[in-house]
Design a protein around this ligand. Sequence first.
Ligand code: TGC
Ligand code: FAD
Length: 387
Amino acid sequence: MPALDPLDLYRIADELTDEERMIRESVARFVDSKAMPLIAECFDEGRFPSELVPEIAELGLLGSSLDGYGCAGLNSVSYGLICQELERCDSGLRSFVSVQSSLCMYPIHAFGSEAQKEQWLPRMASGEVIGCFGLTEPHGGSDPANMKTHAKKDGDDWILNGAKMWITNGSIAQIAIVWARTDDGIQGFIVETDSDGFEARDVKAKMSLRASITSELYFDNVRVPDANRLPNVKGLKGPLSCLTQARYGITWGPIGAAQACLAEALRYAEDRELFRRPLSANQAVQLRLADMARRITGAQLMSLRLGRLKDAGEMHPTQVSLAKWNNVRMALDIARECRDLLGGSGITLEYVPIRHMLNLESVITYEGTETIHQLVVGRELTGHNAF
Ligand code: TGC
Ligand code: FAD
């Protein structure tokens, strides 16, 4: 029998269509040639690699699963593979694409007017317009139903007041999708970030997602025309539907991060000689490496099945919660294990595990913390809402 690929023991690649394989390979080439050489330095400097955005857009990775309006119209498995390959480089790069695609372009596509779609989507697909998504507020992100940001009708406009916290892409965005309380329930607004009264301030001294921008947003009597309100959704299901899209992509992303860590650990453990034999010849080390491969394989099967369900229009949000919880936990544990297997070298940015480990501390918190997803699954099993 031919040797197996250590990063794909169950030959998931064989389950992909030719088009899905081609997409994965072209994103992998971009990642290896353009993104990998920059990323450790960007992380060290706390800088988002904005120079990569034009090529990310040219490859069709922004709003890739949307139809029309300059978007590539790919299937969900392809979107997942894009997330996986980008996060093999860095969670920050995948975050940029998740936010633009699933949290900003998706709500305009799903809930926007025809004029809004024509105005924004082609320019967002080409990377000319960057979006951010404002749901979380400073007093507690897990419970968005308790939001304080509000919009009040004033003639043909709305007056927006409040604050959002931990907003990816906040200070580089031209538009913010802002969810606010109104007399008619929670509604979404496309807020142009050059509006009077809008301010974005970056969060400094982050130890995680350092190659990504995270900001606070402030709205001080920001005037938003009614034409910028998303007309086709009301209530929390608007933002939660966007989260389902993004969380789906996030189930794939950490597989890439874990693969990058395992690949590094395999190389290192083979090259490192201790007690007159390669580190990888020790039972205790093989047990740890085998366990990583087991968990990566489980995560790959889960995401692929989820993607096929999504493409069939049958994906349930609880299934997304289960996979987000499982796959991020898997990658975080593997990144920490690999960091340890590299000994002292593991604490430097010369090797990938510590960067992935630090990034995954954000990934396990954002888009619903691990506990939130466990409680979603618990609610499904028992029928009791324990939030
Ligand atoms: P609940 O009563 O369960 O539902 C309210 C309405 O929403 C509908 N719904 C969903 N729709 C689509 N997808 C889902 N996943 C949905 N979950 C619920 C539901 O059917 C209902 O609709 P209707 O018509 O009956 O009104 O709401 P709840 O208040 O009990 O929510 C529970 C909970 C805790 C699950 C929810 O609040 C939650 O998910 N909290 C976590 C918040 C969160 O994940 N925030 C993420 C912010 S964005 C972010 O982190 C971006 S990081 C980006 C990056 O850099 O990659
Ligand atoms: P809290 O909600 O205050 O939770 C604190 C702790 O309490 C957690 O451990 C949580 O699991 C636990 N907890 C909460 N409720 C319960 C319960 N009922 N039972 C038991 N335990 C519970 N948000 C956006 O809107 N847009 C973005 O672009 C965005 N980007 C982000 C980027 C980064 C780098 C980070 C770190 C966050 C980002 N977020 C964004 C916010 C993210 O979604 C929130 O951080 C997350 O939802 C958790 O909210 P919180 O930080 O307020 O924690």
